[in-house]
Design a protein around this ligand. Sequence first.
Ligand code: EPU
Length: 425
Amino acid sequence: MNVFQIQGGNRLQGMVDVAGSKNTALAIMSAVALAEGTTVLTNVPNISDTRIKAGLLEKFGAKIEWQGNSLTVDCTDLHNGETDEETVRAIRTSFYLLGPMLARIGKIDMPAPGGCKIGARPVDFHLKGLALLGADVVLEGGVYHATAKELRGAEIYLDFPSAGATQHLMTTASLAKGATTIQNAAMEPEVVALAQFLTSLGARIEGAGTSLITILGVERLEGRPFRIPSDRMQAATYLLGGAITQGDVTVRGILPGDQTAVVNKLREAGAEVEEGADWVRAGAVRRLKAIKVKTMPHPGFPTDMQQPMAAVLTLAQGTSIVEETIYESRTGHIGELNRMGANIRVEGRSAVINGVRVLRGAHVEASDLRAGAALVLAGLAADGETSIRNVHFIDRGYENFEENLRHLGASIERVAVAGLEPASG
Ligand code: EPU
């Protein structure tokens, strides 16, 4: 297995370009199954999650070709393929292929999905929405067996603005007969990007980015080239790196509007933040101050940055409170940060962080993707050496992570050590 070895204490300084968005790419790699002909996706992050998803599409008959960050997909001839449970469980978005496959070939069998272990992560909103669209889905022996003679438009109300359910149902409705509305829809930028992609294929979608999305089903969608926008979570992680190391990091090629929640919280904590048309610069010249953070659906503070932000606040002056409202157990970073000298206690859904003056390097373990990112940030700011196990979790979401961090001045190496790779989350 691989570990990250970090020699802490270097200030991160300089500019970095971030890779394409993981979560947009994964959603689009389901939607692409709706299209006949060839779709060329560029700026696709070449990370383990997208490679797994591409492999899954191949099992359903898609023709796939990777060239660096460009992915050519031809879903003209699809069939209900044999999928192995291990591959499907490795990523949550395997499940988002259900609707598109029903729209295209009327049948699919798919083992229940997996993803990072951060909460129960049910799929009931997806199932209710698919049923309203005319699908018949039965779970038997851990496998979803789904069929649909015809998909038809429906009025869907989501109990919670789930990003995944919004994406899955909006995608599926694009080939359903008639109009579909999704109320209480997620407003995440990844939903907007997906709608742009679907529209470029010929779909008719209005309201993406608001809580009411209307989709008018069309008969057929055709492959088109599309560039995946940059990853707002990777971008935010580098900005937090600038803040925690009292450095000065500029992330280029991003939409600053996507960073509003993180940027505002960094400013509140006393970080220096500047924004331009397509860049954000963050750093700190003195110790940050404690703040309160509460995760919310977009445009609130993103749950994906909750753990990295908590790492930053371990070194802030005073007592910070970080409340997680989206997932019930996104807490894998807490014990590990405490091993590094942080002072965090859990109270209900909140982490109460008493800021310390120094973190000290330690042997720690990533339990999921963003917990891993939090530990990397802590390691960069800690005194001495930190070694982080289970790097494969971090590889799910960060392309060229250590190269980018080294470019910014960090001392971080990926080292292979003997030991078993634990099962992927
Ligand atoms: N939920 C349900 N039922 C459902 C669907 C969701 O109860 O059918 C609940 C979830 O359990 C959770 C909440 O609704 O408590 C929000 O979940 P959502 O569906 O929005 O999350 P997701 O689509 O499964 C995506 C990202 C996550 C990110 C969340 C929230 C992908 C592949 N994953 O997950 O990304 O945390 O949206 O923004 O797009 C990550 O990148 O580290 C990551 C976990």
